[in-house]
Ligand binder design. Structure first.
Ligand code: GUN
Ligand code: ZN
Length: 425
């Protein structure tokens, strides 16, 4: 059975960092035909209605139908401690994050939070996440299990740490390798699930553990690898002390085989010229986490890099202060403004969908509306509250209609979320 979604359709035919707003295509009276979990056609409503009279119609009126949001860097185990007050990165990790992650030694707690987390994000229109788990293998099972039950395309991996964390949160180079490998074999490529090799960051991994992760990645080159890079200046200073031989922070990964295409570096704010050049040359992905960068007081990401390499957008739950990719787009806009860069709404929407999908090397599957793509969709009400509705009354263009929702919208703007061709219950 086919489904026909009717509304305003937004999709991309190019990269708005190259083409500007012309990279987006807007079909005012549009339709998306969904069949067998995939997008079968996109076009004018009149034409698709005539061609597919049997399809079940879902009329969303003037709401906007877009690819679902792709959140390229989150920590699902931090769901219950989001919005914890008053710390910067290292104290925030020690005082809030690590105690919460200890609770994941209990698989039942991990299952509870994984289900809670996916329910929250899908209510915010997010259809794919790339998450850190905790050091506990059962925390990976919990998120993959919950994603599998919902039919979601989800990325995660066991977070590896063998120093500078409480004893209950430490593995070793060998156990991190063994556990990661076993989880990878169990889950990678099953349904819509992908395993991500996940050393947390250089301060909590010895060079031996980073090398073990590099070795595992060499054995499984089709996996992604995620970690953190140059988020706060204190952290960078600490990395210098821990790795006196290294040229810079990136070098701690590079020398262990953890820099190439498929590497995802969260934050990447305080990069040196050498680091930027190497990241571009290697084809790495940078993941911008704007609400986190303001919330923990990290710094201002340089969105100019989006012209040179893959940049994804992310909430960084729970260092980030919101589960919403709309809030996250707004924060990205504000951070760019503080750097003298005005991101246009097409660039913001693209970052939250196709840009993040590209950062995850999944742009052939998710992040856009086109025939053959997986049918992960969000339907957005562009007048979800009175303050937003009144701000759109004089809108003459689609982007003027969308921008108030980007800046002021939240889960009330999400009319429907479709996952793998099915509306979320
Ligand atoms: N760096 C290492 N671990 C983390 C984390 O959990 N959150 C953030 N924001 N930065 C990190
Ligand atoms: Zn993170």
């Amino acid at each position: 059975m086919a489904d026909l979604l009717l509304g305003q359709v937004l999709h991309f035919t190019g990269d708005p960092f190259v083409l500007g707003e012309a990279a987006a295509q807007h079909i005012s009276d549009g339709a998306v035909l969904v069949e067998g979990g995939r997008i079968a056609a996109v076009g004018e409503a009149s034409a698709l209605k005539a061609a597919h009279p049997q399809a079940t119609r879902h009329d969303y009126g003037r709401a906007l139908i877009s690819a679902g949001f792709v959140d390229a860097h989150v920590h699902y185990p931090q769901t219950a401690m989001i919005a914890s007050w008053g710390k910067r990165l290292i104290d925030w990790l020690n005082d809030y994050t690590f105690p919460e992650e200890m609770r994941f030694a209990d698989p039942a707690y991990a299952e509870d939070i994984a289900a809670r987390y996916l329910d929250i994000v899908t209510a915010h229109g997010t259809t794919t996440v790339c998450s850190y788990a905790t050091i506990h293998p059962a925390s990976v099972d919990a998120l993959f299990g919950a994603a599998q039950a919902r039919g979601m395309r989800v990325y995660t991996g066991k977070t590896c740490m063998d120093r500078n964390a409480p004893p209950g949160l430490l593995d070793t180079a060998q156990s991190a390798y063994d556990d990661s490998k076993a989880l990878l074999r169990k889950w990678h490529g099953v349904d819509r699930l992908s395993y991500v090799i996940t050393p947390r960051f250089s301060p909590t991994s010895t060079p031996e553990q980073l090398a073990a992760m590099g070795q595992l990645w060499k054995e499984h080159p089709d996996c992604l690898m995620q970690t953190h890079l140059s988020e706060q200046t204190d952290e960078i200073q600490w990395v210098k002390e821990l790795f006196p031989q290294s040229r810079d922070y990136l070098d701690t990964y590079e020398t262990q085989g953890l820099l190439r295409e498929g590497a995802l570096y969260g934050h990447s704010i305080w990069l040196t010229e050498r680091e930027k050049a190497r990241l571009i040359e290697a084809g790495a992905s940078l993941i911008h986490c704007p609400t986190s960068n303001t919330f923990i007081g990290s710094g201002l990401f340089d969105m100019g890099l989006a012209r040179q390499l893959r940049v994804g957008l992310a909430t960084d739950t729970g260092g980030g202060s919101s589960f919403s990719m709309l809030h996250t787009m707004a924060a990205a806009y504000e951070i760019a403004q503080l750097r003298g860069q005005a991101l246009n709404p097409a660039q913001l929407w693209w970052l939250a969908t196709q840009g993040s999908a590209r950062a995850l090397h999944a742009e052939d599957k998710i992040g856009n509306i086109a025939p053959g793509m997986e049918a992960d969709l969000v339907v957005v009400d562009l007048a979800s509250t009175f303050p937003i509705e009144q701000a759109t009354r004089r809108a003459e263009t689609l982007w003027q209609q969308i921008f108030p929702t980007i800046m002021m919208g939240d889960d009330r703007a999400i009319r429907a979320t479709w996952i793998g061709g099915r509306p979320k219950g």
